[in-house]
Design a protein around this ligand. Structure first.
Ligand SMILES: C[S@@+](CC[C@H](N)C(=O)[O-])C[C@H]1O[C@@H](n2cnc3c(N)ncnc32)[C@H](O)[C@@H]1O
Length: 492
């Protein structure tokens, strides 16, 4: 059966793909889009193009029809150690310097994000460099995350088997060290390498990052290569601005050689050398030009008046604190993390350390800026004042994951779910952690719990809660498809 696409349906499809995924189809690329649409309509037995169109416009990314279409319209070409000059720079300069700095600071943590990771070749290449540079690799807390919009590619990434074509720039000694032979030709990454990398679905054209929840924040290195050619300049700028907000102070962003884009973002410095260029986020962490939004009364600085004046001074102090707590809460709602931290650092906050929600907001702000020790300190302080806050236990769990304390994180997730058994994000994150530490059955069980909750909330919720649940549903369905080879995509 051939599904015919008229000019109108094709225009609609082209607009939908651009709106939802950011992908722009130029006239000479339209045959690819037409083939992909016809193939999708056939596969899901839609009678005509209009039916397919109607279905696609109501479906979230992650629905099987969407995944199917995406896998046919995205170009997932990638190979290990693509772009020699960039890889050499990482191997010889950037990673050794970063590692030295971290050792000096006594922090064995590194965070790397391969955005548009395809089947993981780029992220696994960085993982190999790190194994070669870190004799004590097992003592490090390495967060290597690969994301892509194409669920089929991510499944292949988790599987870890690659064709000879993908391995064309891997030399013999790297092959020996990091790969195992594979029955059908090509090779498979060794399990220790596989365990270092994590993959999850993310649409760069969506709005879901930076996000502490999705672990998309404070990266030391972001590789976002050879994807911007598919977007228009306005979208590229919007995506780049969000990506840059996911960099840690002094973090580095690398684009692909084909990504000819105007990177004109405040605070980002362009550096060029040896036939390649990269972008460096200036470290502004201690320096804030923000004035405190509320000046604390003089007594807060230790000059308290005596006698009758004390009562009114105490009242003023309490008012100022609650004013500041309200401002912090408002800034946190808007994700203005640097402003929250600036307030926390510049004001006399002794009183605020007694207020559990404020502690949680400040902890989230530090966490989102990659300052995990301060985040943990504030989070634990908040828990002292309100040990029954499921949100605080959840944040505690996420921070323990960051700190590489998997056992403590599992415990904190359990506490969260004891207090809030319906917290879908906690089931989801617990599932991902269980999978990462090798508890496959428990991990899949938690993901299925999350799936059920997301389905229910997407049907019964209202407003923002409903759209959040629909988005989570798509993410969880994809996680299940990526991690559970027996899981079948939903049929129409
Ligand atoms: C040519 S590959 C680049 C792979 C790798 N970064 C490299 O340079 O070798 C482009 C990747 O971008 C992904 N992609 C396209 N649109 C995307 C979007 N809106 N969000 C996330 N990934 C996207 C595709 O699925 C594909 O895997």
């Amino acid at each position: 059966m051939t599904v015919l696409l008229g000019t109108r349906e094709l225009d609609q499809l082209r607009a939908l793909v651009e709106r939802r995924m950011g992908l722009v189809f130029h006239p000479h690329q339209l045959p690819m889009l037409i083939d992909a649409a016809q193939d999708t309509a056939r596969h899901f037995r839609y009678a005509d193009a209009q039916q397919l169109q109607n279905a696609l416009s109501g479906l979230p990314l992650g629905a099987p029809e969407m995944d199917y279409l995406i896998s046919r319209i995205t170009v997932g070409e990638s190979f290990f150690f693509r772009d020699g000059p960039q890889m050499d720079f990482l191997r010889r300069e950037f990673l050794p310097t970063l590692i030295r700095r971290r050792r000096r600071q006594g922090k064995r943590t590194l965070r790397v994000w391969s955005a548009a990771a395809a089947a993981g070749q780029e992220l696994y290449s960085v993982a190999m460099l790190l194994r070669e540079l870190l004799p004590d690799v097992d003592e490090w807390n390495l967060h290597l995350l690969g994301t892509d919009i194409n669920a089929e590619s991510l499944r292949a990434a988790v599987e870890g088997s690659f064709s000879e074509w993908s391995m064309r720039a891997v030399d013999a000694s790297q092959r020996d060290r990091h790969f195992l032979p594979h029955g059908g030709g090509g090779a498979r990454v060794r399990p220790e390498l596989q365990r270092m990398a994590r993959f999850s679905i993310l649409n760069l054209a969506g709005e879901d990052f930076p996000s502490m929840l999705a672990d998309l924040h404070s990266f030391d290195l972001i590789l976002c290569r050879n994807v911007f050619i598919y977007f228009d300049q306005q979208r590229v700028h919007a995506i780049l601005s969000r990506i840059v907000r996911c960099l840690a102070p002094s973090g580095v962003l690398m684009l692909g050689a084909s990504d000819v884009v105007a990177v004109n973002i405040e605070g980002l410095e362009t550096l060029q050398r040896d036939g390649m260029c990269y972008y460096h986020l200036l470290d502004r962490s201690g320096a804030s030009d923000l004035a405190p939004l509320v000046e604390m009364p003089a007594s807060a600085a230790g000059r308290g008046p005596r006698g009758a004046e004390q009562a009114s001074e105490a009242r003023r102090l309490a008012d100022a604190r609650s004013d500041m707590a309200a401002q912090i809460s408002g800034l946190a709602d808007k994700h203005c993390w640097q402003d929250v931290v600036s307030m926390a650092e510049r004001a006399a906050l002794r009183g605020l350390r007694d207020d559990a929600p404020t502690c949680r907001h400040i902890a989230a702000a530090f966490g989102n800026l990659g300052r995990h020790e301060e985040a943990l300190d504030w989070c634990e302080q908040g828990l002292v004042h309100d040990p029954t806050s499921a949100e605080a236990h959840f944040l505690h769990a996420l921070l323990q994951v960051e700190a590489g304390k998997d056992g403590a994180a599992l415990e904190a997730f359990r506490r969260t779910l004891f207090l809030a058994p319906g917290m879908l994000e906690a089931h989801h994150q617990l599932g991902l952690l269980q999978l990462r530490v090798g508890n496959r059955d428990k991990g899949l069980r938690s993901l299925r719990n999350a799936l059920q909750l997301a389905r229910r909330q997407a049907q019964e919720g209202t407003g923002e809660k409903r759209s959040d649940a629909a988005r989570m549903l798509a993410v969880i369905e994809n996680d299940l498809v990526i991690h559970d080879q027996e899981e079948k995509p939903r049929q129409p």
